[in-house]
Design a protein around this ligand. Sequence first.
Ligand SMILES: Cc1ncc(COP(=O)(O)O)c(C=O)c1O
Length: 347
Amino acid sequence: MIDLRSDTVTRPTAGMRAAIAAAEVGDEQMREDPSVNALQERAAVLLGQERALFLPTATMANQIALKLHSRPGDVLIAHEHSHILTYEFGGAAVHAGLLTVGLPGAAGRLTAAQVTRAAASAQGVVDQQPSVLVVENTHNIAGGRVWPLDELDAVVGAAHAGGLGVHMDGARLLNAAVALRVPAADIGSRVDTVTLCLSKGLGCPLGAILAGPTDLIAAAWRQKFLFGGAMRQAGIIAAAALYALDHHVARLAVDHERARRLAEAWHAAGLPVELDRVETNFVQLDTSRLDLSQSETIAALREVGVLLSPTLGETHIRAVTHLDLDDADIDRAIDLASEALGEHVHA
Ligand SMILES: Cc1ncc(COP(=O)(O)O)c(C=O)c1O
């Protein structure tokens, strides 16, 4: 099987497993794990923030961030298709007690005018305080789309002018940095707090970072305990992350090149790929242009040995390139999918 469902399917490489085996560890809850401490210091610099906190998952990092920026009853503003509104099981309401305003926007992005309007209208309703804006970069459901820095600045400026804190769900922030050819800190320093996931393109078995100003990350440490995320010899995972930061960041460009090659070849074979949407390691196929449903398309591909996954409602599926694939896998996925789906395309 050629597994293109997600960049989360990667397994630790031999080099990463060796780093895990050699990890120096201590009790993380007592702040004595040298590998966790080293990772946190390095991640803060990487993301252009004062401090960073190691957490088990990016979902936990996002959920803690919401609590840092708000009080129960406040309003969260985000793109309607953001991970935080669609895949985190209502966590914004459950953990932070937030009302949510989901806004539409091309490529998973919002405009400054939208943010200004949403902040004002939320404030107009009794004492509901819009307190946090979440931007997602790269944007998962939109197809791994990247925020241009000027658009990001405009939206952050509008949020700050409206009194909102800005959290970036940068689960794939390093893909954005590689695509824009800028240091990750140029992106991470533009927002108040930022999540980075270690178990996607970076290839770690688990783990995430929440970075931000010293006072907020001190508050986040307490939340980490409350969420049950304070660990013990977590250095075995932090060592994997340190290894990934050394060996798996620059190579994200290879994932992006492979996604582009896959997209261009499928497009040339007549499959419904919107090429201008391919900016990082995601390729989306529009199944409304096939005479198969979304699930039938996924089943037909599985039959020939290619795994894709659903995204964006019932009309799109996605292929995601990652560390566990090579050029030969991409060549085979090009041929197998073109053959399996070619006869099902309609105008
Ligand atoms: C944009 C985005 N944010 C957050 C997450 C959550 O990551 P985790 O599985 O580490 O909780 C994901 C996972 O797919 C994601 O795509």
